[in-house]
Structure formats: structure tokens, C-alpha cells
Design a protein around this ligand. Structure first.
Ligand code: PLP
Length: 347
């Protein structure tokens, strides 16, 4: 996160993970109707209802949070006690690991492998859990690879968790970037599932910080009480604009889809022409994890930035230093030029 805030900027920035900002002027909302304060002590009812309707769940299961970052923190902090075993995918989105360490849990890992398209192998999860495992944590879509976990694999993971009395936390912040046959949230797969998500990545409205957790009502209440420590109450202007974003979600989604799919087409053509790299291709998601067949991705990315004013995310942030992550969802011309610069840097 620190690298992304301080070191990722470049004229051709492919170090993103979300869709380019949706302009406020394009959101059909009457700014005169906004208010600074509102009735939102444990969540703003219209926003909770909008999130609940989006997922087909009861509003009592919805906990508002400041983005998926705080959602992951609250969810883990409400579930884990210091010393509990937590099983997290590898490679993983760094801040998820950091929260688990910060909560002084005993972090264990299970591997996703490139040869298997980065898919989760439930047999590997079964091998890695112990009777002490309290929580299994995955991202779906997977950050950094955008691999999609099938419902049958999720059900198997749920069965494994249930058999040892553990819960499964699924970070679904990228799931709506599956534009055809968008899967339902895994929250419906059983009481052992806890889900985090937000409007921040796929819809271009990161600045609203509209995030949430789906959890069963008792656990949801524990998370709201824990959030008393952090947020007291959410920013009401953000809640009102988030309700408006939900009312026009198709507009945001179709615009995002156009941008992401134009970038995906360019990325496919680019990958087909390069000899020195490989990547598992997906038809969804906003990120692609690229392996540099020879050489060190850090050195390459340093040169890419200093000589070509182009950035991508070093794989070391995902514990895979021979990889780097390219983000789709940015301006198409900028993306095309960024890819061209990566080709020239290889050459
Ligand atoms: C898997 C995953 N979860 C959570 C986040 C944080 O998202 P937010 O901006 O909603 O806090 C990110 C951001 O990159 C992410 O990749």
C-alpha cells in the first residue's frame, strides 16, 4: 500500500487494480439533496438495504465499512483471537497477510500454482488445515491473478471449514468484474462464509470508500461494535452518494466494462507477441499477473519506470519476485502506450 501511494506513479501507470475514476458529473444525482449529517449510527438504512438487495441478503447481515480494507480488518479482528491459526492463500494480497500478522494470529499458507491456472485446489486446503484453524482466507477473484474460484471449489472449502469449526473469509472486491454470468456471492453457500467487498475497484468510485461485510447477524453485530473503535460513524455524504451509485450501478458497470474489455483485448494481443513473459489469461478481472521468464522483475520495473515512465506492480509484493502485475481499467490509449513501452523495455 505504501509503495502504491508513494512509488507507483508514472505517466503510463499500469500499476492500478481498479477501474479509472467515474466522474461525479456523470452520476445522476441532485447535489442540493445531499446532507452532511444523517441517521447512520450503525449504518445508514438505505445504503444497507441497497447493499443487501445487490447481494440478495438480509440487511441485518450487512456491515458498512470504509472500503474493503477496513472490511477485511473488521472481519478478521472480530473472528480471530491472538494465537489462532489462520490459513491464507499464496500468493496473497499483502494487506490481508499484514492484518493477520497484526492480530497476532498464527499464519499458515496454502498454495495456488500457475500450472493450474492459479486455481484453488481444495485438496491442498484440506492438507493445510489443522484442528486449530479458525479462519481460511481467499480472494475471489484472486488478486493478483484474477483467477475465478468455482462454486464447487468454494463449497468444498466450506465443507472443510465446517468440519473443523472454522470460518471462510472471501474477499470479493473484484467479483463483479466477471461481466458475463457474474457469480453470486459465496455468502449464500453456508453459515461458515463471511464476505467482504466494496464499490471501490470495479465501479470507478473508490473515493466513496463504500465497503461492506456480509456476516451472520451475531457476528455482524460484533463487527459493528468493533468499528465503534475506529470510525464512530461513517461519512454521511459518502453514504448518500453510494446510495446514488447503487441506484445507477448499471451505468457505472457498463462504462467500466467498456474500458476494461478494451484494455483486455490490447493485453491479449501484447501477450501473444512477447517471448520473454508468460501469463494465465482470463476473460474477466482487472489485473493480470505476468511472469518474466528470465531476469528479475524488480530490476526490469525500475528500468521501465526510469527510462520509459511506465509502472506495474512488482511481484515481490505478492511474494513472487519473478512476476509483475498489470492493471486493466485505465484509459485505453494510455494502456496501449504503456504496453508498447513494456515491449520496448524488453527489447
Ligand atoms: C483483494 C483486495 N482487497 C481489498 C483491497 C482494498 O480495497 P479498498 O480500496 O476497497 O479498501 C484491495 C485493493 O487493492 C484488494 O486488492
Amino acid at each position: 500500500m505504501h509503495w502504491s501511494k508513494t512509488r507507483s506513479r508514472a505517466r503510463f501507470n499500469l500499476a492500478t487494480s481498479g477501474v479509472a475514476p467515474f466522474p461525479l458529473r456523470d452520476l445522476p444525482v441532485n447535489l442540493q439533496e445531499l446532507e452532511i449529517n444523517g441517521d447512520n449510527s450503525y449504518g445508514y438504512a438505505p445504503l444497507q438495504q441497497a447493499i443487501a438487495a445487490h447481494h440478495g441478503v438480509d440487511p441485518d447481515c450487512v456491515v458498512e465499512s470504509a472500503g474493503t480494507s477496513m472490511a477485511n480488518h473488521l472481519a478478521m479482528a472480530a473472528i480471530i483471537e491472538s494465537g489462532d491459526e489462520v490459513l491464507i492463500e499464496h500468493p496473497a494480497y499483502g494487506p490481508i497477510l499484514d492484518v493477520a500478522h497484526y492480530l497476532q494470529s498464527n499464519v499458515k499458507r496454502f498454495r495456488r500454482v500457475e500450472q493450474n491456472g492459479w486455481a484453488i485446489d481444495p485438496a491442498e486446503v484440506r492438507r493445510c488445515v489443522t484442528p486449530k484453524t479458525r479462519l481460511i482466507v481467499i480472494t475471489n477473484l484472486h488478486n493478483p491473478t484474477s483467477a475465478l474460484t468455482s462454486e464447487s471449489a468454494l463449497r468444498e472449502i466450506g465443507d472443510i471449514a465446517r468440519s473443523i469449526g472454522a470460518l471462510v473469509l472471501v474477499d470479493e472486491v473484484y467479483l463483479d468484474a466477471v461481466y458475463e454470468g457474474t457469480p453470486h456471492t459465496s455468502f449464500h453457500l453456508g453459515p461458515q462464509f463471511v464476505v467482504t467487498s466494496s464499490l471501490t475497484k470495479v465501479y470507478g468510485v473508490s473515493g466513496l470508500r463504500c465497503g461492506w461485510i456480509l456476516a451472520h447477524p451475531d457476528l455482524a453485530w460484533r463487527m459493528r461494535r468493533l468499528d465503534d473503535l475506529y470510525s464512530a460513524t461513517p461519512v454521511h455524504l459518502g453514504e448518500l452518494l453510494s446510495v446514488a451509485a447503487f441506484q445507477h450501478l448499471n451505468l457505472l458497470r457498463e462504462r467500466a466494462r467498456r474500458i476494461v474489455e478494451a484494455d483486455r483485448k490490447l493485453l491479449r494481443d501484447f501477450l501473444a507477441q512477447q517471448d520473454g513473459i508468460s501469463a494465465v489469461k482470463t476473460g474477466w478481472g482487472t489485473t493480470s499477473f505476468v511472469r518474466l521468464l528470465n531476469g528479475d522483475a524488480d530490476d526490469f520495473l525500475e528500468r521501465l519506470r526510469s527510462e520509459f515512465d511506465t509502472s506495474a506492480v512488482p511481484g515481490r509484493f505478492f511474494e513472487m519476485p519473478d512476476h509483475f502485475r498489470i492493471g486493466m481499467g485505465v484509459d485505453t490509449e494510455m494502456f496501449a502506450e504503456g504496453l508498447d513501452r513494456i515491449s520496448r523495455a524488453f527489447a
